[in-house]
Design a binder for this molecule. Structure first.
Ligand code: TXA
Ligand code: MG
Length: 316
């Protein structure tokens, strides 16, 4: 059920419901971080293992500080520059942050979303919101209220239009004085390194707890998916009957073999590609294809995040 009534959604959350809500990255499936039953309902609704911790959404840096024992100087610098925005910081948690939210870890993931309706909602609430992306475990993240409603018709979703970024937040942790990348996301590594210098990449670190955004297989469409710089070459090698191709900026062939062509970003901008990625994957998986061939993007800026998502989506 979709609504644009922020007060109604506030009331749902206050009485312990799980709701869909918009952020600039993707839609979240939200609940009160201090309500253990509501948090359990998020995991049940998504069918998500309880070992995967949630991101906490707050309206200000002061609210974030109430949840942590220490805010490293580099974290503060990054928060001041990128918040509100698509950057999640992993920080040491205070005791009152529930284990159910952090999956028993001593750290908590926090961000301030950059979406006017999310801000309005968070400012009206007496508690922060825990929210994973609003998709069933291992499915494509939603970038519109309609897509949340497609997955979860029985919950109330606040409609804030299509997400401007279209990719999940970038996740960073802090190791002594080092900044560590745990998940590529809507803020590029270049932009982060422009603020704090070189950062460590542990996006495929196996010693860390496996989490959805970091597990090898994730963001799965319903058909097989191949990501390649050479869609044409791939096409000549496959036997599948119903093939779709998702191009970066233009269609470069006509072939009887291809049932449907889509273009991610006619302008050639990586931001436009990011905004359209999950919507295109969702629409194409609904077409009953046997195989989706996706053109690999340039491995720079947001292209790295998009390629990361596509690689995880291509794991069978
Ligand atoms: O853009 C986003 O980040 C969206 C919107 C709704 O904010 N949320 C999102 O949540 O993508 P989710 O649950 O799909 O991904 C959260 C990631 C998971 O990979 C989780 O394991 C990681 O954050 N995470 C959360 N708390 C953590 C912690 N304490 N240590 C390490 N990783 C953590
Ligand atoms: Mg997710």
């Amino acid at each position: 059920m979709i609504t644009t009534d922020v007060d109604f959604i506030r009331d749902c959350l206050t009485r312990g419901d799980v709701v869909g809500f918009p952020t600039e990255t993707v839609y979240g499936l939200a609940a009160n971080i201090f309500d253990e039953k509501a948090i359990a309902r998020i995991f049940a609704t998504k069918n998500r293992p309880s070992s995967n911790p949630l991101i906490v959404h707050v309206p200000s840096i002061d609210h974030a500080k109430e949840l942590v024992t220490y805010f490293p100087p580099k974290a503060e610098q990054l928060a001041k520059h990128f918040w509100p925005g698509s950057l999640t910081l992993i920080l040491p948690k205070r005791a009152h942050v529930l284990d159910a939210v952090t999956a028993g870890q001593s750290s908590v993931a926090i961000r301030i979303p950059n979406h006017p309706m999310a801000t309005q909602l968070l400012e009206k609430l007496a508690f922060p919101l825990a929210a994973p992306s609003a998709n069933p475990y291992n499915r494509i993240s939603p970038t519109s209220a309609q897509q949340v409603d497609f997955y979860f018709p029985n919950i109330h979703t606040l409609d804030g239009g299509e997400c401007a970024a279209g990719l999940e937040s970038t996740i960073l942790s802090f190791d002594n004085d080092e900044v560590v990348l745990l998940r590529h996301g809507a803020v590029s590594v270049n932009d982060i390194e422009n603020q704090v210098g070189r950062i460590l990449n542990r996006t495929s670190h196996t010693a860390l707890p496996i989490s959805p955004g970091r597990s090898q297989k994730h963001y799965s469409p319903l058909c097989d998916l191949i990501v390649t710089y050479e869609p044409l070459f791939m096409l000549s090698a496959v036997q599948e009957k119903k093939v779709g191709i998702l191009w970066f900026d233009k269609v470069t062939i006509e072939s009887q073999k291809v049932l449907v062509h889509r273009v991610l970003a006619p302008s050639g901008s990586l931001q436009e590609a990011a905004r359209n990625l999950f919507k295109c994957l969702h629409q194409m998986e609904q077409m009953g294809l046997d195989l989706l061939i996706v053109e690999r993007l340039p491995d720079i800026g947001l292209g790295r995040t998009i390629n990361d998502r596509l690689e995880r989506a291509s794991v069978k």
